[in-house]
Design a protein around this ligand. Sequence first.
Ligand SMILES: Cc1cc2nc3c(=O)[nH]c(=O)nc-3n(C[C@H](O)[C@H](O)[C@H](O)COP(=O)(O)OP(=O)(O)OC[C@H]3O[C@@H](n4cnc5c(N)ncnc54)[C@H](O)[C@@H]3O)c2cc1C
Length: 333
Amino acid sequence: MRIETFEYLRPATLKEACDILAERSGAACILAGGTDLIPRLKQQLVRPSCLLDTTDMAEYRYVRSDAAGLAIGAGTTLQHLTSSETVRQQAPILAEAAGRVASRQIRNVATLGGNLCLQTRCWFYNQSRAWKRAKPDCYKAGGEICYVVNKPGQCYAVFQGDTAPALLALNARVKLLSARGERTLAIDQLYSGNGRDPFTIAPDELLVEVMIPHLPDGSAAAYGKFSHRKAVDFPLAGVAVWLAVDDAQGKGRGARLALTGVGPAPFRVPAAEALLAGPETDAAAIRGAAAAAARAAQPVKNLHHGPPALRRKMVGIMSRRAIEDAGNKSRMK
Ligand SMILES: Cc1cc2nc3c(=O)[nH]c(=O)nc-3n(C[C@H](O)[C@H](O)[C@H](O)COP(=O)(O)OP(=O)(O)OC[C@H]3O[C@@H](n4cnc5c(N)ncnc54)[C@H](O)[C@@H]3O)c2cc1C
């Protein structure tokens, strides 16, 4: 096996990190907890000439709450999110989704930024070079053909992060920083929808903060995850729902429903949201919304476990459960 060499840099501040990213013009790769990146380095799926380790950048690890809402530094660990009283009170679905990632050992080092920027995955892509030697590289790895569909020109790798759908349901925004300045985006704009190149982040940019607005009184959210094992496993499908129900009138006042694990990006399902925010959030509306979510899912044969039909079916089942769960929590408030 060829030994890869690369420069290893460990900036202490965000400014230093941005300067390095600007100087290396796309050749530097950000290393946060490393729980996604290091396996990919070992499999030689990524061969950066420079690794920028964020471990010493204490200034991007925080949870702050003010009148605008919650601001969370991208370097905050997932374990911190699951145990933070502030997050548990103001964005319990985020604490719940973070707590469903992998295992406690992984969550102790894995960061929110790394989870949102998790590379898309595929049975044909996330393999060692030895495993892949039998065939030319797949489309995501730089070849011609996507082996999921045996066709050229499009990548069918899937986004399997757990926290992104929760943040879509919470209407979060993200802040990106570079030596050129900063910009904020609605979280869905972070994702391109292209499995091969799934993020809209420029090579010199760093994701630094996630901002979550305060939720209106009486609203609540829930997350459902379908995975092969109960722990240490990626979602084969995941559903996050946020609901604001006016119980006195039985009317939905607002709804957001987002999916993960069933497409190249996490995404919202407007058809389901329209039914839940409609004049009556009754059993028929819930069934309709769950069916709309299942229809919107795009599972294909890109994962070892979880046949596409089962993943689609589970999206429907989990959507119904998550809607009911969020509705019950909302009424209890
Ligand atoms: C056994 C196992 C089980 C797992 N199970 C799950 C699971 O159930 N759910 C799940 O969601 N994930 C799972 N993962 C994947 C991974 O552990 C998590 O997604 C984790 O949150 C990644 O965070 P990290 O800080 O370790 O990221 P890293 O590995 O350091 O980085 C991940 C990617 O994000 C980029 N990146 C990191 N920080 C930034 C930033 N601030 N700005 C821009 N780009 C950045 C990196 O360059 C890299 O491409 C699992 C991994 C393993 C090994």
